[in-house]
Design a protein around this ligand. Structure first.
Ligand code: CU
Length: 144
């Protein structure tokens, strides 16, 4: 009897942990790619982070074995500049795309080529880190 009650409680907790409306962000990374860079100095990184939860989260840093540092850049008037973080709004997306905000991989260990996979670790203020296997695409690839 007692064991049954505990099992039911555990099941309920598991259920609430998976439902929306709990004041937590819920993030998934999609459509990630790195265009094959022209030189081995740096590479751009693009992806979409969707937040289906009901609290904002913040992308605070990105790490990769391929790069010494991964910066977050925004593009203003066709010039890019580093920022400390990106917001992933509740019920919305953070879109890192060509011509807009993006990741910049600097200090590459080697020049990545099309077909390769590069691991990126995304770290957030609230959510657990997300590791993404990012495919290296053709230099001219734009995501569509
Ligand atoms: Cu940049």
């Amino acid at each position: 009897m007692r064991r049954t009650a505990l099992a039911v409680t555990a099941a309920l907790l598991a259920l609430t942990g998976c439902s929306a409306g709990d004041g937590e962000p819920r993030l998934t990374a999609q459509n990630a790619y790195i265009p094959e860079p022209i030189t081995g100095d740096m590479a751009g990184g693009f992806l979409v982070i969707e937040n289906t939860g009901d609290a904002d989260d913040t992308l605070t840093s990105v790490h990769s074995d391929l790069a010494e540092t991964v910066e977050m850049h925004e593009t203003v008037d066709n010039a890019m500049r580093p920022v400390d973080s990106f917001t992933v709004p509740a019920g919305g997306t953070l879109s890192l795309s060509r011509g807009g905000s993006h990741l910049m991989l600097l200090g590459l260990t080697h020049k990545p080529v099309e077909g390769e996979q590069v691991e990126l670790e995304l770290r957030f203020e609230k959510s657990a880190p997300i590791t993404v296997d990012v495919p290296v695409r053709a230099t001219t690839y734009t995501g569509e």
